[in-house]
Design a protein around this ligand. Structure first.
Ligand code: KIV
Length: 308
């Protein structure tokens, strides 16, 4: 049995496809002020960017989670600036309205201040992103944030479970569960706001702590595993679509079982090839002009003789 799905081709003119970013630092801030939720997802490639952008995402994060979901690494630590750039460029080409944020990978901003600024600049200049995201609120990171903001690069902060500190945190664990840790988180959030981040991701943080931070900050918080109290939400797109099964955090809601749907489609394709049903020569192939067929047959015979 075949399942034929004919998607309509994009009818938009090149002018309509020209990038008009409707979502910006200012529009996200306005959303917080009006109490409107900010809707974001991670994204790693052009065609998904087109779909997510058309679905009205405010922001697309080219997360270093692509190290795991796209590249098959066990964590985010090994992905490089060049690998990230490759994906940032693709997403920036696909996103016509959403703000594109490039995640700065491990060791692209921690070791050397000048290198951090150069790498962030590459994501904007070469990658076409509108902003970058950095993890943590150490003195060093806050300094880098301040410098980037000064030179006109908008920055998103990221606190709570910060995957680039996986080895220090001792695994995928909720952060801010003790008074001491909660205070550190709140302090970090305030320092980052003061340094100029325009939004803050809170990952795997108790709801009450996320709520305190969200109410206290002027900038929007974007939660992932931090409850519905944040100004916006983000999920890893592969988790939402149900096509990455190596990890299954409690905070993920799967809206689709795409691994199963893809398997069903691919099995139907395999079956159709084996039975000769695909391709259909009338609809899915190209014919030689009827009137030239006798001549082709004759010349074919002559041609064969030349090779005998
Ligand atoms: O890399 C990523 O996908 C992220 C999100 C989970 C916030 O940082």
């Amino acid at each position: 049995m075949s399942v034929h799905i004919q998607e309509g081709s994009d009818q938009r003119s090149p002018e309509q496809l020209v990038r008009r970013i409707t979502h910006s630092v200012a529009s996200l801030k306005r959303k917080k002020e009006k109490g409107e939720k900010i809707v974001t997802l991670t994204c790693y490639d052009y065609s998904t960017a087109r779909i997510l952008d058309d679905a009205g995402m405010d922001l697309l994060l080219v997360g270093d989670s692509l190290a795991m979901t796209v590249l098959g690494h066990p964590n985010t630590l090994s992905v490089t600036v060049d690998e990230m750039l490759h994906h940032v460029k693709a997403v920036a080409r696909g996103a016509k309205h959403a703000m594109v944020v490039a995640d700065m990978p491990f060791m692209s901003y921690q070791a050397d201040h000048a290198e951090a600024v150069k790498n962030a600049g590459r994501f904007i200049q070469e990658g076409g992103a509108q902003a970058v995201k950095l993890e943590g609120a150490s003195e060093r990171v806050v300094e880098v944030v301040r410098h980037l903001v000064e030179i006109g690069i908008p920055v998103v902060g990221h606190l709570g479970f910060t995957p680039q500190s996986l080895n220090t945190l001792g695994g995928f664990k909720v952060q801010g569960k003790t008074l001491e840790d909660a205070k550190k988180l709140i302090g970090g959030a305030l320092r980052l706001q003061e340094a100029g981040v325009f939004a803050l991701v809170l990952e795997m943080v108790p709801v009450e702590v996320a709520s305190l931070i969200t109410r206290r900050l002027r900038i929007p918080t974007i939660g992932i595993g931090a409850g519905n109290v944040c100004d916006g939400q983000i999920l890893v797109v592969d988790d939402l679509l149900g096509r990455y099964s190596e990890l299954s955090p409690r905070f993920v809601r799967k809206y689709m079982a795409s691994s199963r749907l893809i398997q069903e489609a691919v099995s139907a394709y395999a079956q159709d090839i084996k039975t000769g049903d695909f391709p259909n020569n009338q609809q899915e192939a190209f014919a030689f002009p009827d009137e030239l067929l006798p001549e082709l047959a004759a010349q074919f015979e002559n041609l064969l003789k030349q090779y005998e």
